[in-house]
Every structure is written in structure tokens, then in C-alpha cells.
Design a protein around this ligand. Structure first.
Ligand SMILES: Nc1nc2c(ncn2[C@@H]2O[C@H](COP(=O)(O)OP(=O)(O)OP(=O)(O)O)[C@@H](O)[C@H]2O)c(=O)[nH]1
Ligand SMILES: [Mg+2]
Length: 359
């Protein structure tokens, strides 16, 4: 799963990209004139994984991850950058919104920037819909095909939504419609997280960004989140370690680096939850879309395990921690659950798959 960073030029996208992925791509105060594209992998902090590592003392610990792609800034009315393939295929968008003052860019206005970006996404989708509708009409004139008539009706509906400034993520679609539309990679259909990049002096205001910038109506929209960070402060926090970092966080009144919360929010925006596998070799968090069946979850670990799936031994995280990781205790108490292939795996469950690979 992949999240795409968008935003106006110089809003702090690359700074945030570096924080999310632990990279060190150069950031620039002035335009470098190069349309760069960065891709990386973000690791999702999860205190449960830390606890499980403590219990099993494994050789290896693996956190859940997702991919991140960072684009060059998209100026108002300039949609070409949005056409990048790596960006189009993103499952969700992380919109970096400048809230720090900058002489060259003028006073920040998060609400205006959010509405402008949403408009660009709508217009990009409208272009795609209109182009496709024209071709469909031409084809239908020659020969009426059932599938094309259906597609025309559906796209007509989307066009009406877009023209009345409703992003496609607000549409309710049937499974078939969703499948039909997938290839279009509509931008306004992607869930979006507007992250307000605060001035370092304003982070005490973090919890009030929605009120401060008048974003309540935006935050209430379907599949939309609003959050905050100060990318510059987070970069400083990330440079410190141990006690120094703790002291700095305490000074700022933060319980943990804000980037950890942002990572978890991105993960949730992507619709992902984690199940765990544990053992002496490895403690690992596996990302799965919410609602994944046990057999498909097994397939995330290995396709052979899905193919030869027999049963999943499942335990809740709390249950396992309560017995200090002693599966034998759970078994003797009859607390080890055995689930079939259609069982829906929940966030935090510890799974051990029984499988049998046919020779
Ligand atoms: N004061 C302040 N400056 C920031 C913050 N985040 C980023 N900047 C500065 O803004 C400038 C641009 O940051 P980048 O991360 O390169 O921004 P970008 O959105 O990737 O820029 P483009 O890719 O060129 O559109 C840099 O000089 C950053 O140090 C912030 O939270 N506060
Ligand atoms: Mg950049």
C-alpha cells in the first residue's frame, strides 16, 4: 500500500518524506527547478511489537510498513505533476499544508490551500471522465453495447458529482462499479489526510488546528482526516536520541514525536491493520486491509501458506501478554482459538497458521 505526498511548492513535503521514511533527501528553500520524485518505505511504530519483542527475544523484529511517494510541488492550476504513474497508483493522499510564514510565499492560509488542492484533484478527474465519455458516445453511436451503456451511466453520475464540486471519495459505489473504475485511478477518490505543517513556535496549538484554521467542515468530509505536525521541529527531534530527545519532547509538551502519530494515522488512512506472528526467530507485524480473511492474511506471509491453509491459531494481543507469551498456558486453559479460512482477522491478533503443502 502506498501513500502519495502532495501539496503546494515549498509546503514541506520532502521534509516530511524524510521523516516518514528515515531518508535524507535534500530539501530546498528555493525552487531547484527540477521535478523530482522520491519513493521510500515508512515503518509504522507500534508499542505492541516492542512488548512482543520483550517477551520472545527474537533474532529479528519487523514492523509494518507502507510505501511513500513524494512529488514536486503542485502549483495552483498546474496539474501535470499529478499524472506521474507512481503517484496515480497511490492508495491514499497525504496533503502537506503550509502553516508557517514564508516571505516569498506570503501569509499561510491552510483552508484556502486545502480547497485549491481539492479543486485540482476534481478538475484532473473531470478531464479524465469527459475524455472517456466522448469516446464512449462515439462508440455507442456505432454500436450499442450493454457494458458501454452501463459505463456511460456511471461516468455521467460521476461527472455530475465532480461538476458540483463533490470529490469521488464521497460517492457510494457497488463492488462492480468500484472494479470498473479502478483503472481510472481517480485522484479525488483517494482518501486524503490534510496535514497542517505548523510553525515551530505554534506547536502548542497543535490540538486546536481545526478550530484555529476553520477546518471543521473539511475534517467532517467522508474519508478525510485533518492533522498537524511541525516538520522542522520533528527533524530536530529525530536528530536527538535517548535522554536528550526525552528532555526536548518534555520541553515541547509532547508525549512522543508527532511523526509517530502521523505514521499511525497514515496507516489507518490506508485502511490497514496489523496482525502479528511471534517466535524466537522473528516477531513481526503484518499489514492487512481491515476485513481480511484468515486465508488471505496467511497469503501475506507466504502464498504457500494460503494455498495449503488448514486452520489459524488465533489469540488476542492482551491475552498473550497476560500469560507472558506462554502459548502452552493458553492451550491448557483452552484459550487457543482455532479459526477457519473465512475468519476475519482483527487488528492486534497473533496468528499461527497451520498449513499443508501438497507434494
Ligand atoms: N519554518 C518552517 N519551515 C519549514 C517547515 N517545513 C519545511 N520548512 C522549510 O521549507 C522549505 C521547503 O521544504 P521542502 O520539504 O523542500 O518542501 P517541499 O514541499 O518538498 O518543496 P518542493 O518539493 O520544492 O515543492 C525548507 O527550507 C524547509 O526547511 C516547518 O515546519 N517550519
Ligand atoms: Mg520536495
Amino acid at each position: 500500500m502506498k501513500i502519495g505526498l502532495v501539496g503546494l511548492p515549498k509546503s514541506g513535503k520532502t521534509t516530511l518524506f524524510n521523516l516518514l521514511t528515515g531518508s535524507s533527501v535534500a530539501t530546498a528553500r528555493y525552487d531547484t527547478g527540477r521535478a523530482e520524485l522520491h519513493t521510500g518505505v515508512a515503518r509504522v511504530p507500534d508499542p505492541r511489537v516492542d512488548v512482543l519483542r520483550g517477551l520472545f527475544n527474537p533474532k529479528k523484529t519487523t514492523y509494518a510498513t507502507f510505501e511513500v511517494v513524494d512529488l514536486a510541488g503542485i502549483a495552483k492550476g498546474e496539474r501535470a505533476g499529478l499524472e506521474t504513474k507512481e503517484f496515480r497508483s497511490a492508495d491514499a493522499l497525504l496533503h502537506v499544508v503550509r502553516a508557517f510564514p514564508d516571505e516569498a510565499l506570503g501569509a499561510p492560509d491552510p483552508r484556502r490551500d486545502i480547497e485549491d488542492l481539492e479543486t485540482e484533484l476534481l478538475l484532473a478527474d473531470l478531464e479524465v471522465v469527459e475524455r472517456r465519455l466522448e469516446r464512449l458516445e462515439a462508440s455507442i453511436k456505432k454500436q450499442r453495447k450493454e457494458a458501454e451503456l452501463k459505463e456511460r451511466d456511471l461516468l455521467g453520475r460521476l461527472k455530475a458529482a465532480l461538476e458540483s464540486e463533490r470529490p469521488l471519495r464521497a460517492e457510494t459505489l457497488t463492488g462492480d462499479e468500484d472494479k470498473l473504475l479502478r483503472g481510472f485511478t481517480f485522484l479525488s477518490a483517494k482518501p486524503i489526510f490534510h496535514i497542517v505543517n505548523l510553525d515551530e513556535k505554534a506547536i502548542a496549538e497543535g490540538e486546536r488546528v481545526v478550530e484555529t484554521f476553520g477546518l471543521a467542515e473539511i475534517a467532517a468530509r467522508p474519508r478525510t482526516r485533518v492533522g498537524w505536525v511541525s516538520a522542522v521541529i520533528e527533524t530536530e527531534i529525530a536528530r536527538l536520541t535517548g535522554e536528550e530527545q526525552q528532555a526536548f519532547l518534555a520541553d515541547l509538551g509532547l508525549a512522543e514525536p508527532a511523526i509517530r502519530r502521523v505514521l499511525r494515522e497514515c496507516y489507518a488512512l490506508l485502511g490497514l491493520v496489523s496482525f502479528f506472528t511471534v517466535g524466537e526467530d522473528e516477531v513481526r507485524a503484518w499489514p492487512i486491509p481491515e476485513g481480511t480473511r484468515a486465508q488471505d492474511a496467511a497469503g501475506v506471509v507466504h502464498s504457500d501458506i494460503a494455498r495449503g491453509f488448514i486452520r489459524a491459531e488465533v489469540n488476542g494481543y492482551e491475552e498473550l501478554v497476560a500469560v507472558n507469551g506462554a502459548f502452552a498456558d493458553l492451550r491448557s486453559r483452552g484459550q487457543l482459538r482455532l479459526e477457519g479460512k473465512d475468519y476475519v482477522v482483527r487488528d492486534g491478533e497473533i496468528c499461527h497458521f497451520r498449513f499443508n503443502v501438497a507434494k
